[in-house]
Design a protein around this ligand. Structure first.
Ligand code: PLP
Length: 343
């Protein structure tokens, strides 16, 4: 808890150095297989990575990447800062083709909120042949389930706010790389931009990381059970969960992940209005944005601007620590109500 250090030690000033960040960074760096830098939010980490690009650079971006990342890129394109090409990450050939002449490809896998799985090995190999930097937002999988640097990616980013910290009580981000040059460039961005976390946040986030396996593996088991049951619910048109054999991302997820994670998205029969009724009816699930906390959250993503490509009736469910039967009873009842109420 200091801004100021006695000169001559390892730390210089509170915008450059902090021992609580360093403890958090050591843990995440070890888990991801690189060196980590903590930021004030996931978006501050996104900003630092993209601001390392020269003006006029072209970025290839997952078309259903997190809303904030796409908005950042669209804003940069509007201001002439970057050229942006949107791609469907489920199609590795198309992604690599779009990398021709680009500087960086921004992947997310699984994506938020459609849970599309990108073949990281195929895209990374193709992008590297073209000299393109590969960034993976690993927020939804976490290093417990997926380690993109080991697959060949150059930089990993996280919204630490989510699974890593895990208790919906802080906002924080990080970027991780094994490349010393990229690390120095990102550290310089952080010192100049000032997107630093508070020391209390870093301490809390590290405490959260200590229980990541206990939280995420339990939530994943619950998510798998709910996904299977939701698949035969009359009010559900489609379940999106890479742990289901019927999911288009299943085979790639089996290959590159150690588990499908604890996010489940469903397309509610009838679209936006019934989906909104589900969110209004739930009592154990919490209607809220954000994800990765101990409480299960549910949200109709298309209610937001910039989510036009998301089906209007898609509900994103971030499964938490509650009992699976309590969650199922709540979801089943709320979905039945959505079916029976007039549109
Ligand atoms: C996948 C993903 N990346 C990045 C972010 C941005 O993180 P933050 O909200 O911590 O700035 C989010 C936030 O929802 C996210 O879901």
């Amino acid at each position: 808890m200091t801004s100021t250090f006695r000169l001559g030690g390892a730390q210089l000033y509170g915008r450059d150095d902090n021992e609580s960040w360093e403890a958090f960074e050591a843990a995440i760096g070890a888990l991801e297989g690189g060196r980590a830098l903590a930021f004030s939010s996931g978006m501050a980490a996104v900003t630092a990575v993209l601001e390392c690009l020269p003006v006029g650079a072209t970025v290839v971006v997952a078309s259903d990447a997190y809303n904030g990342t796409r908005r950042w890129c669209a804003d940069a394109a509007r201001r002439g800062r970057l050229g942006v090409r949107l791609v469907d990450v489920a199609d590795p050939t198309g992604v690599v083709a779009a990398c021709e002449g680009a500087h960086l490809v921004w992947l997310e896998s699984p994506t938020n909120p459609c849970l599309v799985v990108a073949d990281l090995a195929a895209i990374t190999a193709g992008a590297h042949r073209l000299g393109v930097t590969v960034v993976v937002d690993n927020t939804l999988a976490t290093p417990l389930l997926q380690r993109p640097l080991a697959i060949g990616a150059d930089i990993v980013v996280h919204s630490v706010t989510k699974w890593l910290a895990g208790h919906s009580d802080l906002v924080m981000g990080c970027a991780v790389t094994a490349d010393p040059g990229r690390f120095d460039a990102l550290r310089e961005r952080r010192s100049l931009g000032g997107g630093i976390p508070g020391s209390v946040e870093a301490w809390l986030a590290l405490r959260g990381v200590r229980t990541l396996p206990a939280r995420l593996l339990r939530a994943q088991a619950t998510a798998g059970e709910l996904a299977a049951r939701l698949g035969s619910h009359l009010a559900v048109e489609r379940v999106r969960y890479p742990g289901l054999a019927s999911d288009p991302g299943y085979a790639v997820a089996r290959r590159q992940m150690d588990g499908p994670g604890a996010m489940v998205s469903i397309d509610v029969v009838g679209g936006a209005a019934p989906a909104d009724r589900v969110c209004a009816a739930v009592e154990i699930l919490t209607p809220a944005t954000s994800l990765g906390g101990v409480e299960t959250t549910i949200e109709r993503r298309a209610r937001y601007a910039f989510e036009e490509a998301v089906p209007p009736g898609l509900l994103r469910i971030s499964v938490g620590q509650e009992d699976v039967e309590d969650l199922w009873e709540d979801l089943d009842r709320s979905l039945n109500r959505a079916l029976s109420d007039p549109a």
